[in-house]
Design a binder for this molecule. Structure first.
Ligand code: SAM
Length: 233
């Protein structure tokens, strides 16, 4: 996806783009490429592919939710997807990026500083540990490419405020949704909406699962990761 195609596709999501935002994305792209030379951030490095599969893909979250000034948590953000991209386009969002890998957090801090982003912080911790002191805190929790939905739900839903949302950003899901139904219910949530769409230029199928918090999650969850993995809800 070249820059023109990117602008057009983003406008079609009803998001306006300023020249400052385009410049910030360019800077971010260059930083990814430079850092990726010595520390693995992503296997996608071609500029057109990054704009499509990382930048545009991150913004597709707006297909299922309006973003304004909410507290948003991105679990397992990696090189900042979707969290950094959302912050660039929605400057009033209050963003927390959590990742267990320190080398990714070091990179994200460099990006935040270079772009002068405000109301954004990084947390170098496992989600299930960070959840212990940050339960029911966020309006929106999202996560892309981190774990199967049954496991991911236990990592993410404890963070969501009552009436808030967990939005899982997925590819093709097949049985994944069915296998996560029990976890979603047990953790106090209901599935509000699932949408499937194709990325432009035949870049693949995407699914957004919008899950709403109805009641407080039991303090039993999240469990330790090895228990979650061994016995998913
Ligand atoms: N969300 C990014 C994306 O879509 O490009 C990164 C995806 S990467 C495949 C998965 C990331 O999740 C890694 O950076 C990894 O360190 C992080 N991660 C995996 N399990 C985690 C956990 N329990 N808590 C925090 N981060 C986790």
């Amino acid at each position: 996806m070249n820059k023109e195609e990117f602008i057009k596709a983003v406008n079609e999501l009803n998001i306006n783009i300023t020249s400052k935002q385009l410049k910030d994305l360019d800077t971010y792209y260059q930083m990814i490429i430079d850092y990726n030379k010595h520390t693995n951030l992503t296997r996608i490095t071609d500029e057109k592919e990054v704009y499509l599969k990382h930048f545009y893909d991150s913004l597709t979250l707006v297909k299922v939710i309006n973003l304004n000034n909410e507290l948003l948590l991105d679990v397992g953000t990696g090189a900042g997807f979707p969290g950094i991209v959302l912050k660039i386009f929605f400057p009033n969002l209050d963003v927390t990026l959590v990742d267990s890998l320190n080398k990714r957090i070091v990179f994200l801090n460099l990006v935040i500083e270079k772009l002068g982003l405000k109301k954004i912080k990084t947390i170098n911790e496992r989600a299930e540990e960070y959840a212990l002191n940050n339960r029911e805190t966020f309006d929106i929790v999202t996560s892309r490419a981190v774990a199967n939905l049954n496991i991911l739900s236990e990592l993410c839903i404890p963070f969501v405020k009552k009436e808030g949302y967990f939005i899982a950003m997925k590819g093709t899901i097949n049985e994944e949704l069915k296998n996560a139904e029990n976890a979603i219910k047990t953790l106090g949530c209901v599935i509000k909406e699932t949408i499937t769409f194709e990325l432009p230029n035949d870049a693949g199928t995407r699914t957004l699962i919008k899950i709403k918090k109805r009641s407080k999650t039991s303090d039993k969850y999240p469990r330790k990761f090895n228990e979650i993995k061994k016995k998913p809800l």
